[in-house]
Design a protein around this ligand. Structure first.
Ligand SMILES: Cc1ncc(C[n+]2csc(CCOP(=O)(O)OP(=O)(O)O)c2C)c(N)n1
Length: 1017
């Protein structure tokens, strides 16, 4: 405090070297001719009694004055000039402050300077008054939005006046009303005095001082009309200044005649579109925009400005409200295509089950009329689940930026629209925002438009929102927020449009049940188009004839499109595709061929990638000793022509990169691997933050490899990666859960997008989910990736054996093409290698769910020979028993089918018991699509064997319910299928290690007890 108070007294000339050191604190000046610099060097302290105006809050103001004086001594009041000159000349504290001589009228270039100080100026009062003005300006900037006229209904249910934070502002209101009390000592007698404006405001335009009355009036214009700006929580001064400049400059809200007419035209389209739909389909749900029609001109203005600034592609996500209007009037989807969606008689032409019209997406490239430049607009298809699309939009935006080399987000950007309740309540909004500053996830800024219609479903705000601001994230996340009333505005980060909803939640809903008073008020509201037209008419900006012609023109467009839509015989969902992949499919949207490419690799390539995985490809890079041992181990494996899990993955990634496929692996701790097995990013032990990614040194012309530790989020990050994978079919995008069970916090992305995405939106996606899974005595969590959930959602019929005869193509490929996702649990590194490569080499894209191992990562037997990865080898959907059972299959008493890690428990037990000629063990590596044909080969091979399904998971979990009917279908229900595994349970695993081992031994005993099922059969 004391230091602050004496800041000015301590300002002294310094030498050139000192200047360099203290540049951040000092400013240059031309006082006295030569350029000099001052810094707060003198260490004596002046008491406040010696310079009483230098109290804590005054010091900012004094600094302002001082800097202004440095730049131009005549720009400050004479009293300041004398003070600074004395202080500069070394005058003692207290002596520096001398009464100034009487002022001449023109001395400061301020018309009312005389009035400011009077004939006997009181410097203390003068400083206090200026400080008060500074505080006043700040009060408007900080709190002005609370008294802005945001609610078009004027019934705002949130009582801001009750809020303690409003106390300062109430004073402002009182001052403005010229009532008693004043503001920091200012009162109505000061209204005509002229005050110098602080540098933190732009209300002066070219003037540096204004009468108090004018200051208040301009602040009211900037902050308290129908646009409120909330931004003063931002820590970045430059950003604050940018916003102040945008909103405060005099005349900034004045539009040119052309702009006004464009706004009117856009309002006409927005309003008449809804009216047209209402006339034609009054009983259809469309989640109309009535009450917030200004959203359309607002969005169009954002797009125009973005295009002007070089943006070529905009990716949008939005909820149901006003979606059709956005499609029609922002994205410019053909109107007849929209109207077709209302025709309940039309049959769908495409494969898949489709979706309701207000969920469909769209992709459109067009010329922006304002800028005459090409712009691509896409609206992502989304489910009902509000805000779920946010991370998906961000991921797709990031991918497009990545593929076009847009490292600053100048060419590709995203716009997200939100309902106010969903924006406030859905955690995925936070998860998405939280990605925005992480290097591998940032899209360099998003425009958020919040439609605040003051209701949420049937609920009113007091029951649905526990916050007083519609955009509660802003304080934490630091984006500025604009709260425009229903009128067009340009938003740069979060724009919250406070409006109303003319109808119920949808057009079938009766809002008066729950919001009687609000809806009485709404019924009395004149539409915003009408209001705006009347305003422009009064100004003479448009004539009635212009207006009526504009309306007639748009109505005609709608009618003609409607007539065309009636000629349509069929609905094409593929016309609503939001992410086309030009060149990947043939013109009909089908795969270009239906043949599988070989996934094997030549030996020398395996060796080359293997050595890259074992080395540090940069000079003078010191890695951790433990890691050196791991890399040496890898090199040894390459020498022995074998792979463990990590090396198998390396081979798959390295070869795909070499072939030109971009790979992106994202998730918590993926760079090292949760189980410390991967180590794709090496860290120099001597130089902080120096890293090396050997995978990017495989080959000179390889595609880039992105491996990125994500934030601690599943919903947001999985959504993001799904969006990333949407942008191109030529990338392998993988998301790894830290443990497989954590995927359930991203359940919405799995249930709503990944599983049914193609069926709903004819959109393929090749995302890969790596889900560590296995019962290893680690407790109920960290054990199960819940395979039962994924298997339950497969679209395959368990009761129908796929017909080979009808198949023109390879059965397995056809099955893959027809399924909604592929689910595998590989037991060997080679199979994992093949399935990753197949994901890219197959001629279409499907999501791939991989249950990945934990203990198998280091299991000495879970290794693969290079022989299993050479040309001609491929992914094995089923791995049959190749041991002694093959010699005399008729003598085999039991065939145990299993998947994943339990195979190693089974062979250990079988070896211990020595019955490897009577019990065969077959591994089903691909669970979905189910390898019916290969299972049949096995069941036919062992005609006298019991059929057993063995799993380590509990009976009501794992694979049993999925596999059993399929095994039965395979044998045409002629043989029973027995279960071996843990009994049913509520939790996925026991928390007790002993119980875990007892359970394991118990079911292994059953698996090899050939009498176990005799009594039951
Ligand atoms: C995740 C999720 N929960 C619940 C719903 C059901 N729902 C549909 S609209 C709606 C109200 C949304 O309110 P708001 O975000 O203010 O948008 P508005 O409908 O008022 O435009 C609700 C709760 C949903 N669609 N998604």
């Amino acid at each position: 405090m004391q230091r602050l108070r004496t800041t000015v007294a301590r300002l002294r000339p310094i030498t050139a070297t000192q200047t360099a050191k203290s540049q951040s604190q000092a400013r240059p000046t031309a006082v006295g001719g030569a350029l000099r610099t001052f810094e707060p060097m003198r260490s004596y302290t002046a008491s406040v009694s010696a310079e009483p105006f230098l109290n804590g809050t005054s010091s900012n103001y004094v600094k302002e004055m001082y800097y202004a004086w440095l730049e131009n001594p005549r720009s400050v009041h004479k009293s300041w000039d004398i003070f600074f000159r004395n202080a500069n000349a070394g005058g003692s504290p207290g002596a520096a402050n001398q009464s100034p001589p009487p002022l001449g009228g023109a001395a400061l270039g301020l018309a009312n300077a005389q009035a400011m100080v009077g004939t006997q100026p009181n410097v203390e009062k003068l400083v206090e008054d200026h400080l008060a003005v500074q505080s006043l300006v700040r009060a408007y900037q900080v709190r002005g939005h609370h008294i802005a006229k945001l609610d078009p209904l004027d019934i705002s249910v949130i009582d801001f006046d009750e809020s303690p934070v409003m106390l300062g502002l109430k004073k402002v209101e009182r001052l403005y009303d010229l009532t008693a009390g004043g503001f920091y000592g200012l009162d109505e007698t000061d209204l005509d005095k002229v005050f110098r404006l602080p540098t933190t405001t732009f209300i002066g335009g070219s003037e540096s001082a204004l009468p108090l009355r004018e200051i208040i009036s301009r602040l009211e214009m900037a902050y308290c009309q129908s646009i409120g700006v909330e931004f003063m929580f931002i820590n970045d001064l430059e950003q604050c200044q940018w916003i102040r400049h945008k909103f405060e400059r005099p005349g900034v809200m004045q539009f040119t005649l052309e702009e006004k007419r464009t706004l009117l035209t856009r309002m006409v389209r927005s309003t008449r579109f809804e009216e047209f739909l209402q006339r034609k389909w009054s009983s259809e749900k469309r989640f109309g925009l009535e009450g917030c029609e200004s959203l359309i001109p607002a969005l169009k203005t954002i797009i125009d400005k973005s295009s002007m600034n070089g943006v070529e592609s905009i990716i949008m996500g939005m909820p149901h409200r006003g979606r059709l209007n956005v499609l029609a009037n922002v994205i410019r989807k053909e109107l007849d295509q929209i109207f077709c969606q209302f025709d309940s008689k039309l049959e769908a032409a495409d494969e898949g089950s489709g979706d309701v019209k207000y969920h469909l997406g769209m992709w459109h490239r067009r010329i922006n009329r304002v800028t005459d430049r090409n712009i691509t607009l896409s609206l992502m298809a989304n489910p009902s689940h509000l805000e779920a699309v946010d991370p998906v939009v961000q991921g797709k935006t990031k991918a497009e930026q990545f593929y076009c080399g847009d490292t600053e987000g100048k060419r590709v950007m995203s716009i997200l629209l939100h309902g106010d309740a969903a924006f406030a309540g859905q955690g995925v909004v936070y998860e998405t925002f939280h990605l925005s500053d992480l290097p591998s996830y940032t899209t360099h800024g998003t425009v958020h438009v919040v439609v605040n219609n003051q209701v949420t479903h049937p609920a009113t705000p007091p029951t649905a929102l526990s916050i007083t601001a519609p955009t509660p994230l802003e304080g934490y996340l630091q984006p500025p927020t604009y709260h425009p009333e229903t009128r067009p505005s340009i938003a740069h980060k979060i724009s919250a449009t406070v409006c109303y909803r003319r109808n119920g939640h949808n057009e079938m809903d009766e809002p008066m049940f729950t919001q009687p008073l609000m809806y009485k008020q709404i019924k009395m509201q004149k539409g915003v188009l009408q209001k705006y037209y009347e305003k422009l008419l009064a100004e003479g900006a448009v004539s009635r004839q212009d207006y009526e012609e504009e309306i007639a023109k748009y109505d005609k467009i709608c009618e003609e499109a409607h007539a065309r839509s009636e000629d349509e015989k069929i609905l094409h969902i593929k016309h609503w595709l939001d992410s086309p992949w030009p060149g990947f499919f043939n013109v009909d949207g089908h795969p270009k061929s239906m043949t599988s490419l070989s996934t094997g690799l030549p030996e020398e390539e395996l060796v080359h990638i293997g050595y890259m995985a074992s080395s540090v490809p940069v000079e003078d890079f010191t890695i951790h000793r433990g890691l050196s041992r791991i890399l040496k181990g890898r090199a040894a494996m390459v020498g022995q022509r074998v792979c463990d899990w990590a090396l198998g993955e390396y081979m798959a990634f390295g070869s795909l990169l070499k072939e030109g496929t971009h790979i992106r692996l994202s998730g918590q701790d993926v760079e090292r691997g949760t189980f410390s097995h991967r180590h794709h990013v090496l860290h120099d032990q001597n130089i902080d933050k120096r890293i090396c990614i050997p995978m990017n040194h495989i080959s000179p012309n390889q595609a880039p490899y992105t491996v990125c530790n994500s934030s601690l989020s599943e919903y947001g990050v999985l959504g993001f990666e799904l969006g990333f994978a949407m942008a191109s079919p030529n990338a392998l995008v993988l998301w790894e859960a830290q443990f497989g069970d954590f995927h359930n916090t991203a359940q919405c992305i799995i249930d709503q997008f990944i599983c049914p995405g193609q069926a709903k939106w004819v959109r393929q996606n090749g995302i890969v989910l790596l889900l560590p899974h296995g019962m290893e005595g680690m407790g109920p969590e960290h054990s199960s990736a819940r395979p039962e959930r994924f298997l339950q959602m497969c679209n395959e019929d368990p009761d129908t054996y796929p017909s080979l005869n009808l198949c023109v193509y390879d059965l397995s490929l056809r099955q893959l093409y027809d399924c909604n996702w592929i689910i595998v649990n590989c037991s060997t590194p080679a199979n994992y290698f093949h399935v990753l490569r197949r994901q890219i080499l197959q001629p279409f894209r499907k999501p791939l769910i991989v249950f990945t191992p934990k203990s198998l990562l280091r299991h000495p037997e879970a290794k693969s020979s290079f022989d299993d990865m050479l040309p001609g080898t491929h992914f094995q959907r089923l791995i049959p028993d190749s041991g002694p059972v093959c010699e005399k299959p008729e003598g085999v008493k039991r065939i145990v089918f299993c998947t994943g890690k339990v195979y190693y428990e089974l062979i250990r037990e079988r070896n211990n018991r020595g019955n490897d000629d009577t019990v065969a063990i077959a591994r089903i590596e691909q669970l979905s699509p189910f390898p019916f044909d290969q299972v049949k080969v096995e069941t036919d091979r062992y005609p006298n064997a019991d059929l057993v399904w063995c799993q380590e998971e509990h009976k009501n979990q794992g694979y049993y319910d999925y596999v059993k009917p399929r095994l039965r279908t395979t044998v045409d229900r002629t043989r029973p299928v027995w279960y071996v595994g843990r009994g049913p349970a509520a939790a996925p695993a026991t928390g007790n290690k002993v119980a875990h081992l007892v359970e394991l031994q118990r079911f292994l005993d059953t698996a090899f007890n050939l009498d176990a099922f005799t009594e039951q059969s």
